[in-house]
Write a protein that binds this ligand. Structure first.
Ligand SMILES: [Mg+2]
Length: 249
């Protein structure tokens, strides 16, 4: 009888804590640290419900590192690559050589994880990022170079479209892509001085318009930011590579 009373007391206490906690409508298992909050935050980011955030929320810095470095990110990227390969396998690239894919660079082909981890996923700093990117030491995002080979093997053109500054980062970006195994792309398109200061959506829309006017049919478009995938001439299908590290408008 005493045991039953204690049990009822515990249930009542956990219900009260759950109600008091507001969002904590899960009674078992107990939350582990900040992970439930941070997982919800990451889902909001990936779904593009959270916009214009400048930094990872401080309680989630450790969570983002664990997500990125401990295997889940690599699994999620592999899932994206599988979806791309499955979709591409259904397409027949025309003999005219005009069926194309567009890929972003940063955190789509080349990973900036070590740069952002070193600054604790802090706000975007153009000078520091340029210094990092000019070193040309980004590792490849897992599986992406292989995906290039698959798409090329199926007869597609692959264009790399980056908001990186062309004047200062063209040679280091090309060298980094080559070092990370991205040798098979058709053209690297970067932000010329004419497009400095413009949003990624505006710049990338203009570049995709040019490709379209050259006659290319953009069958797929791959990026880690929604701003890679929105705007004009986005392509027949877009694929979002996960990135909970930063937001580019
Ligand atoms: Mg990117």
């Amino acid at each position: 009888m005493a045991a039953l009373a204690v049990l009822l007391l515990l249930v009542a206490a956990s219900l009260a804590a759950a109600v008091e906690g507001g969002a904590a409508w899960s009674f078992w298992p107990p939350p582990a640290g900040d992970d439930p909050y941070c997982l919800s935050w990451r889902v909001m980011v990936e779904a593009n419900n959270a916009k214009n955030w400048r930094t990872v929320p401080p309680p989630c810095v450790g969570y983002v590192w664990r997500y990125m470095a401990w295997g889940q990110y690599a699994r999620d990227v592999a899932g994206v690559a599988d979806q791309i390969a499955a979709y591409a396998a259904q397409l027949a690239a025309g003999d005219d050589g005009l069926d194309a894919w567009v890929f972003d660079v940063d955190d789509t082909c080349l990973s900036n994880l070590f740069y952002y981890q070193a600054k604790q996923f802090g706000a975007y700093d153009p000078v520091a990022f340029r210094n990092w990117a000019s070193k040309a030491i980004c590792p490849g995002v897992p599986g992406m170079a292989q995906l290039f080979q698959t798409l090329k093997g199926r007869g597609f053109r692959v264009f790399i479209l980056s908001g990186r500054d062309e004047q200062t980062l063209a040679s280091s970006t090309a060298a980094n892509l080559a070092a990370a195994g991205f040798a098979s792309y058709d053209r690297l398109i970067m932000r010329s001085t004419d497009y400095r200061g413009m949003s990624s959506v505006v710049f990338k829309s203009a570049m995709r318009r040019q490709l379209t006017e050259e006659g290319y049919r953009i069958r797929g478009n791959v990026g880690d930011q929604w701003s890679d995938l929105q705007g004009d001439f986005v392509g027949d299908r877009v694929f979002k590579v996960p990135n909970p590290m930063y937001f580019v408008p």
